[in-house]
Design a protein around this ligand. Structure first.
Ligand SMILES: Nc1ncnc2c1ncn2[C@@H]1O[C@H](COP(=O)(O)OP(=O)(O)OP(=O)(O)O)[C@@H](O)[C@H]1O
Ligand SMILES: [Mg+2]
Length: 270
């Protein structure tokens, strides 16, 4: 089965991208899949979220500029089947530097190819920075699917309409014709507030089945876990956040498996 690349993205800051990338990666690894978490955000929150220090020169940055290979950047985490390409501040300069490179939207896709060819992973989750800059567009160009976390707040829908527009552009310009919106996950859901419920209703009206059934509750345990360098299932296994990300992982895997089965059916000779 080919490795699937999923970009976790939303240009809005603080909506739960990293929390989702880290915890989903950990939950998918926990059920037996081999996962690579690719931290493409100079803030390096996913890196520290799985307990790694930010180390100069450890990120994908130099590889994207043509030095060395991405396979050498992969590091183990303390968690079975979960490996990471860390980030660090170097990536800050990436937008400017990468913009000058030839074919600058395909740098991540090209760098990832040997990792995909190695078949070491079932899934790669890419944690994107909060912008639609060159790093995020590179992730889009390399991905099979986009997973968009939307915070249950008033302006949630605005963010996703921009993502849709960019996705259409990438399709139309032949940059990544296979890119699909894999799903939308509602984060920081608070069932007691009218606003949370209204936002979910509105997002479901727009995106129907693309919206995952599982919603991620607002939970202090989820917010605390990164300071211990642990995904929630290893920090507080019996918390509501843990249960939610475990369920989300099941849904994500079901969608991936369905897509893979459909691809096999289409490819099979009649
Ligand atoms: N479900 C949740 N319940 C409570 N706090 C949460 C939840 N999800 C995320 N947070 C907290 O909200 C903040 C933003 O989350 P996170 O870092 O995952 O967002 P992000 O979209 O990756 O941010 P950025 O755009 O800066 O990369 C963090 O402090 C995180 O711990
Ligand atoms: Mg983040």
């Amino acid at each position: 089965m080919p490795t699937k690349v999923i970009a976790v993205a939303n240009q809005k800051g603080g909506v739960g991208k990293t929390t989702t990338a880290v915890n989903l990666s950990a939950c998918v690894a926990a059920v037996g899949r081999r996962v690579l978490l690719f931290d493409l955000d100079p803030q390096a929150n996913a890196t520290s979220g799985v307990g790694l220090e930010k180390v100069e020169g450890a990120s994908a940055y130099r590889v994207l500029l043509g030095e060395g290979g991405l396979l050498e950047k992969i590091q183990n985490t303390a968690f079975d089947r979960l490996e990471i390409i860390p980030s660090e501040v170097d990536l800050c300069g990436a937008d400017i530097e990468l913009a000058r490179a030839q074919d600058h939207l395909h740098l991540v896709a090209r760098a990832l190819q040997p990792v995909l060819d190695s078949q070491r992973f079932d899934v790669v989750f890419v944690d994107c920075p909060p912008s639609l800059g060159i790093l995020t567009l590179n992730a889009f160009a390399a991905a099979d699917g986009l997973l968009v976390p939307l915070q249950c707040e008033y302006y949630a829908l605005e963010g996703i309409s921009m993502i849709n527009r960019v996705m259409t552009q990438l399709h139309d310009q032949g940059i990544n014709a296979r890119l699909e919106l894999m799903g939308v996950v509602m984060t920081m859901f608070d069932s007691r507030t009218k606003l949370s419920n209204q936002v979910v209703t509105e997002v479901r009206q727009h995106f129907g089945e693309k919206v995952f059934e599982t919603m991620i509750p607002r939970s202090t345990r989820l917010a605390e876990a990164p300071s211990f360098g642990k995904p929630i299932i290893h920090y507080d296994k019996y918390s509501s956040g843990s249960a939610a990300y475990e369920l989300l992982a099941q849904e994500v895997l079901a969608r991936l498996d369905r897509a893979a089965a459909a691809a096999v059916t289409t490819a099979a000779p009649v």
